[in-house]
Design a protein around this ligand. Structure first.
Ligand code: MLT
Ligand code: ZN
Length: 472
């Protein structure tokens, strides 16, 4: 991975002519509409300004693009479904967007190893369907399943609504092919269950946010299909009670998911068209999904529900009877992001150990009540994983830059609270552009120095997603 001398500066048009000559078969788009579409993710905070959008059709083309980019010092932004929430796929500085969207096929299934090999541009929902076709499941799941790509999921180690039971994306990656910043192809992991042969570079690539390489193929572990389930929605008076309900249900049931949201979150989802679940408004709601097929399990479910009610914890509650009702209840949680999107939320995605959650939450609630008396704050998240999403909504009449500046001031305070509790500034959305100034609240200077050193090995010219995660 040697570092060439920089080439002479050239105009964008000359660079593209060079790229066309270097990779004649490459699909390239330069229309203003395409540049605007491919240059942003769901943050929509930066003005897109890519050099062009390259849509390679195979690994050879990705390698050829990276060799050219390395030789000519052209910044490259690897791009999946761009559903990210941290600016990781934004191209606002003349970068070449490298969209993997055309590389979206299932390549192989191995029934003995229970492995599915896919191209990076395949959407998560298609991975679910492919696993189902083989009588198995790929269990990582979240609301963006219809548009996010597996490459992006891997690049951010995406979490979602079933981490409590199945873990993050990282747990499901048996192999990865990665094209580095010099255009070399690395074949990592290769589906081996056991492999004690030194550094596992596959795990460096996972959550690297496109800064170490371009994921061009992934081999995914599959598992048994999930059990039959039911969904319970409970209205609760306080966060303390919510944690008690979590402990109780985790002990008594086989939980598949345990999520929470507040009255403000419900307000927005209902305003967006969802059915209100109860007549009255309550401070907190939990949605729990659990195995429930057998008679014995159904008895356990009822007894757990009754126990929570007898403790005086439950203000109202419902247990789904059938898939349609379960889907309706899930919509209340999964519809939150879309329902508040028009309010341009400033998103915090923080985590602490579950045991630290009550103390962290009490401090954070006090902090936000003090610092944000003028903003609406919508809380929801993956409470069973210690992961809170704190969404601050922009008042309609406020300038976006002033809003972000105020939110960043408070995020600095939040980051220091997190540090006290040993938490993370990004549980699952990634650092990208949005959180990089807070990275040091979660990672020590020595860790960040090691991360920079690793980046230099994979990408000596510093062309892969520059400015994301940390500055050079
Ligand atoms: C979620 O949990 O719904 C996702 O992380 C998206 C979000 O935080 O808006
Ligand atoms: Zn989430």
């Amino acid at each position: 991975m040697s570092d060439p001398s920089p080439s002479d500066p050239s105009t964008p048009a000359q660079r593209l002519a060079q790229l066309r000559a270097a990779v004649p078969t490459l699909q390239l788009r330069t229309d203003a509409e395409d540049l605007a579409w491919y240059g942003v993710d769901w943050t929509r905070r930066w003005t897109p300004a890519p050099l062009a959008v390259a849509l390679p059709g195979d690994v050879d083309e990705v390698q050829a693009v990276m060799r050219w980019a390395h030789a000519n010092r052209v910044a490259v932004v690897p791009s999946g479904g761009r559903t990210g929430l941290s600016g990781g796929a934004v191209a606002a500085n003349g970068e070449l967007v490298l969209s993997l969207q055309r590389m979206n096929k299932v390549l192989a299934f191995d029934p003995v190893d229970r492995l599915l090999t896919v191209q990076p541009g395949i959407v998560l929902e298609a991975v679910h369907a492919a696993a189902r076709e083989h009588g198995l499941a790929y269990p990582v799941d979240f609301a963006a399943r219809g548009s996010c790509s597996i490459g992006g999921n891997i690049a951010t180690n995406a979490g979602g609504i079933r981490v409590l039971r199945y873990g993050n994306t990282r747990e499901w990656i048996a192999g990865l092919k990665l094209v580095t910043g010099t255009g070399e192809l690395l074949d990592l992991g290769r589906g081996l269950v056991k492999n004690s042969s030194g550094y596992d570079l596959r795990h460096l690539a996972i959550a690297s946010e496109g800064t170490l390489g371009v994921i061009v193929e992934a081999t995914l572990k599959l598992t048994d299909p999930p059990p039959d389930t039911q969904v319970m929605l409970l209205a609760l008076p306080s966060f303390e009670v919510l944690m008690q309900v979590f402990t109780t249900l985790r002990e008594r049931l086989q939980l598949e998911a345990f999520e929470f949201f507040t009255d403000r979150a419900l307000h927005h989802v209902v305003a967006h068209g969802a059915q209100p679940p109860f007549d009255a408004v309550h401070p907190y709601y939990v949605i729990a999904e659990f195995a429930s097929g057998s008679e014995a399990q159904e008895v356990q479910v009822l007894s757990a529900f009754e126990y929570c009610t007898e403790q005086g914890w439950v203000e109202d509650g419902v247990i789904s009877q059938g898939g349609a009702q379960a889907a309706q209840l899930w919509r209340l949680r999964e519809g939150i992001t879309e329902s508040i999107a028009a309010c341009v939320p400033y998103k915090n995605d923080v985590s602490v150990r579950i045991s630290a959650m009550p103390a962290f939450l009490a401090e954070t609630q006090a902090l936000l009540a003090r610092e944000y008396p003028h903003f609406e704050v919508v809380w929801f998240g993956h409470i069973g994983d210690g992961n809170l999403h704190i969404n601050v909504l922009k008042p309609a009449d406020m300038d976006n830059a002033a809003f972000v500046a105020d939110c960043e001031r408070v995020t600095t305070l939040l980051a220091s609270t997190l540090q006290t509790h040993g938490g993370s500034i990004s549980a699952e959305h990634g650092i990208g552009l949005v959180k990089k100034k807070y990275l040091a609240s979660t990672r020590s200077p020595a860790e960040i120095a090691a991360m920079r050193g690793i980046k230099t090995v994979f990408d000596p010219a510093g062309i892969l997603n520059p400015g994301k995660l940390f500055d050079a």
